[in-house]
Design a protein. Structure first.
Length: 94
């Protein structure tokens, strides 16, 4: 999965410098087909929200691979208003 400019900007602002490369590498290693037809920004934002709330990255990725819907629910992005939720938390999409 290749993160968008919006998501890489969020990583740069919100994730400690010591962990940024790990997050970007994790995004890059994920096969986007596991998310079926979901918006990849939505999935990346869910990962970032859970990570910033202290959930271990390996746990997040295991959850994403087993059932991406749980990832969305855990991050509060399960509803159609997910872009507004992400924008409120991290700032609007460029």
């Amino acid at each position: 999965m290749i993160p968008s400019e919006w998501m890489t900007g969020i990583v740069a602002r919100e994730i400690p410098e010591s962990r940024r490369a790990e997050i970007i590498d994790t995004f890059s290693a994920l096969d986007e087909s596991i998310f079926e037809n979901q918006d990849l920004d939505r999935m990346a934002a869910a990962i970032l929200i859970l990570f910033s709330e202290g959930v271990d990255l390996d746990v997040i990725i295991d959850g994403a691979r087993s059932d991406w819907r749980d990832l969305l629910v855990g991050a509060g992005l399960e509803n159609a208003d997910w872009p507004a939720v992400v924008a409120e938390r991290f700032g609007p999409s460029p």
